[in-house]
Design a protein around this ligand. Structure first.
Ligand SMILES: [Zn+2]
Length: 209
């Protein structure tokens, strides 16, 4: 779990790896190897280094969901607000995707840890329940990453359809709409287990709320 947090900040100095000196300035493009356990993600380097709120937000935004490690809490729309209190301590507001979602406690801890690593110790992470989280808060990037991960992303505004039991969920593997729900709860309470009748593969569906 802790490795999910390991984010390479855009630190200019990379010690140790100075085997070949300057020679390669514009010559060969050697993409920096992604080390095992390192999450290769091109995240918020748009943080303004001179703006503490911006830096704090970038640090918090890069925290991943413990259940769906390809998604950051920003992708999910779980990260609601980052500010700095009058006492100089960072305050973060998060909204759980699902009431009683046990992952939320973990997310709060990881946010505090990420902020501490980024130089903001003792951050206060509070859970905001209202307005309630909706799948509409997920970013486009989040939906795409979810599908690539093999979980059918929630459709925007699916709540009403779900109410009438006419949910249609496309298989994230083959795209077939010929799917059926196997169980209300999948591997976690936030997901339902579905199966594709075309390719016969089971998959998790991120529950629409
Ligand atoms: Zn399929």
């Amino acid at each position: 779990m802790s490795m999910l947090l390991s984010q390479k900040r855009g630190a200019p100095s990379t010690p140790a790896v100075e085997a070949s000196p300057k020679a390669t300035e514009g010559g060969r493009q050697s993409p920096r190897a992604v080390l095992p356990g390192e999450v290769d993600r091109s995240v918020p380097c748009n943080a303004d280094p001179n703006d503490p709120v911006s830096r704090a937000r970038a640090a918090a935004a890069a925290v991943v969901d413990p259940e769906i490690p390809v998604l950051t809490i920003e992708d999910l729309g779980v990260l609601r607000n980052v500010s700095i209190g009058e006492d100089g301590v960072v305050e973060v507001a998060i909204t759980p995707t699902y009431s009683g979602c046990p992952a939320m406690n973990m997310i709060a801890v990881e946010v505090a840890l990420a902020l501490e690593k980024a130089g903001f110790p003792g951050a206060r992470v509070k859970t905001v329940l209202s307005p309630a989280w909706t799948t509409d808060w997920m970013s486009e990037a989040g939906r795409r990453k979810l599908a690539e991960y093999g979980i059918a992303p929630p459709k925007p505004k699916a709540g009403r359809q779900a109410l009438f039991g006419v949910e249609e969920v496309a298989c994230p593997r083959c795209g077939s709409a010929d799917t059926e729900r196997v169980a209300e709860f999948g591997s976690t309470a936030c997901k339902a287990l579905w199966r594709c009748r075309t390719c016969r593969e089971p998959f998790d569906y991120f529950k629409c709320l």
